[in-house]
Design a protein around this ligand. Structure first.
Ligand code: DGT
Ligand code: CA
Ligand code: CA
Ligand code: ZN
Length: 601
């Protein structure tokens, strides 16, 4: 494990153990601490440089520059880097000597339950838990029941099945880095990461690399290179054209070397999905051809295509299909229609799919007015100069979200005034390509339990654009939850519903909500639904995106940035939109700021 992953794991454990501190749970300090440790863990996990190196170079000052790292946590980092231990963590572990990280992702079995299980039965890990449940020992603990015991067993089974899948954002920089290095090796023609990664799925089971080489010797060299990378923890297997390894972060990676004339066919095969591949092979058969990872072959066994994916699709009578759409959900029919040139106005044209460079703005951005880590100006200049955006909306939290120091009416209006001043100021020295860069005033208004908002409409109407979101009362029944969202959508001051289902992938299911009803109301009320691009949300899902589009609801893709580096998450939102078949015209932040604002309700 890299130092970054080790520390991230420790921080997550600290946050988890802190949640077991029953009596103090309501104390705002503790809640704040828990959030801080979790956020720090996220950041460190995603850092492209090693924290040891950062410390070597700039000491504590360097650590403090990492997003979401304050003084207290920086000094813990320093302690870990210099001594290999964190005293505070050791103390917490003494009180609860449980392997808590094993329980991460085991939904419904939270910190308190684990503390009780340890206190009563000495359960320290998942096998202990499974054993106790099978022996019927759990039902006798006060507050538990036979039903709960059965539920625990079910959860363990579910967890074992889905276990080990990583969020795409957790591995994205690493996958690209290795891909780039493989491409740069002598003798390598092309190297790409295929599989679920190329399809931009939410979670990745393992990483699949495909490489084409000039000679056999180059093939051997690249396999040598691959298994000896510093990221490799263990070589699981290697052959003359293949290698399987386990990386330091625990994820498996495969490498397959293919000749150039088969590269396209292999890409097609190993990008998947399996279902898409199966459907493609059926088409080949119906055309009197045979498709496999080596190429497309005719009856005489002549290769009629294989070097590029485009020609593989072409000889089967299809247009090239973007990887994100390859789930056998109707995309083959569309590609066929297009190839034959049949125009159908209401149908998607593959060329209209939103592209990775289509976004002009970002409409959910947080600043240090609330729980963001940087000033409005820093967020703006980074968006403009490093990410090429033409506008951002500062959508800080509002007052009822006390945890984030949410803004009240007066503070919101002050912020809007400050934004106007910053706009004037940064216009003066704007040497960037985005001559008309603009910060929009906005808010992420908190939707209260009854569906009303915590900021009055006359204040919201003074802002350029307004989003609303649910941050509490997740367990209301579906009718009430849906009614809350609907009443926010019907509010004339609300332009966007942010992260509409509230799910956090691998951590929390969304609150129950009738999405088709929300989509219907969004359509009637000209309310935009957001695709939150943060890789742990990707909320809406691809399926809901398709549903929204079919019902003429407009969407936006936002990073939910709390630090300038988070603008990089926008690609996960675009990937999600492409998986949901969104056209550029479905996504309103592909418009200029003026066009966008003109289209609001
Ligand atoms: P993952 O790793 O679980 O996130 O998902 P994938 O899609 O990356 O799946 P993986 O790594 O098992 O295999 C990579 C691709 O190889 C997969 O998307 C399609 C292809 N493939 C693997 N096994 C089969 C198979 O049995 N039949 C067919 N048609 N294709 C397969
Ligand atoms: Ca894979
Ligand atoms: Ca694989
Ligand atoms: Zn939010």
């Amino acid at each position: 494990m890299s130092k970054n992953s080790e520390v991230a794991k420790i921080f997550r454990e600290i946050a988890f153990i802190l949640q077991t501190e029953n009596e103090k749970k309501s104390e705002p300090n503790i809640i704040f601490k828990i959030r801080s440790y979790n956020k720090a863990a996220d950041e460190i996990q995603n850092l492209s440089s090693d924290i040891g190196d950062i410390y070597k170079k700039d000491k504590l000052k360097g650590l403090l520059k990492i997003p979401s790292i304050g003084k207290a946590i920086a000094s813990k980092l320093e302690e870990y880097i210099t001594t290999g231990k964190i005293h505070y963590y050791e103390e917490l572990k003494e009180k609860l000597p449980v392997d808590v990280s094993q329980f991460f992702g085991l939904e419904g079995i939270g910190p308190k339950t684990i503390k009780t299980l340890y206190g009563n039965l000495g359960i320290k890990n998942i096998s202990d838990l499974e054993k106790a449940a099978l022996e019927g020992k759990i039902r006798s603990i006060p507050g538990f029941s036979q039903k709960k015991e059965e539920l625990i067993l079910k959860k363990i089974q579910f967890f074992r099945k889905s276990g080990g899948r990583r969020l795409i954002g957790e591995v994205y920089p690493l996958v690209r880095r290795i891909e780039e290095r493989l491409s740069g090796n002598t003798g390598v023609k092309q190297a790409v990461a295929v599989g679920s990664f190329r399809r931009m799925k939410e979670t990745i089971g393992d990483i699949d690399y495909l490489v084409s080489v000039i000679s056999e010797k180059d093939g051997n060299n690249i396999i040598d290179y691959f298994v000896n990378m510093p990221e490799v923890k263990e070589i699981i297997g290697r052959g003359s054209s293949k290698a399987f390894v386990k990386l330091n972060n625990g994820i498996d990676a495969d490498l397959l070397v293919v000749p150039e004339e088969s590269f396209g066919a292999a890409m097609q095969y190993f990008t998947g999905s399996k279902e898409h591949g199966v459907a493609m092979r059926k088409i080949a058969i119906s055309e009197g051809l045979r498709l496999n990872e080596w190429g497309v072959f005719d009856k005489q066994n002549h290769r009629v295509a294989g070097a590029t994916e485009e020609e593989v699709y072409r000889v089967l009578g299809l247009d090239w299909i973007p990887p994100e759409m390859r789930e056998n959900r109707g995309e083959i029919k569309i590609a066929k229609m297009e190839k034959k040139g049949i125009e159908k106005e209401d149908k998607l044209r593959l060329s209209q799919l939103i592209a990775y460079d289509d976004l002009k703005g970002d409409l959910q951005v947080h600043s240090n007015y609330t729980d963001g880590t940087m000033s409005i100006e820093e967020m703006a200049l980074n968006a403009r100069d490093r990410f090429g955006l033409s506008y951002i909306a500062i959508s800080d939290h509002t007052k009822s979200l006390r945890l984030t120091n949410g803004l009240d009416e007066k503070q919101l209006l002050n912020q809007a005034n400050t934004i106007a001043e910053i706009n004037d100021k940064i216009k003066i020295n704007n040497n960037s390509k985005n001559k008309h860069f603009r910060i929009l005033s906005s808010a992420e208004v908190n939707i209260l339990k009854d569906g009303s908002l915590d900021i009055s409409n006359n204040v919201l109407d003074k802002l350029d654009i307004v989003g609303a979101a649910i941050h509490s009362h997740f367990s209301l029944p579906i009718e009430l939850q849906t009614a809350r969202l609907i009443s926010a959508a019907q509010n004339p001051s609300i332009d966007i519903i942010f992260h509409p289902t509230g799910r956090i992938i691998n951590q929390r299911e969304g609150y129950p909500v009738n999405i088709s009803k929300l989509i219907e109301v969004a359509n009637e009320s000209n309310t935009i639904l957001e695709i939150d691009a943060h890789y742990n949300r990707r909320d809406l899902t691809d399926e809901f995106i398709r549903m929204a589009i079919e019902n003429n609801v407009k969407l936006v893709i936002d990073s939910d940035a709390h630090h300038p580096l988070h603008y990089a998450f926008l690609i996960f939102g675009i990937g999600q939109a492409r998986r949901g078949w969104a056209k550029k015209s479905d996504i309103l932040n592909t418009l200029s700021a003026k066009e966008l604002l003109d289209s609001l309700k």
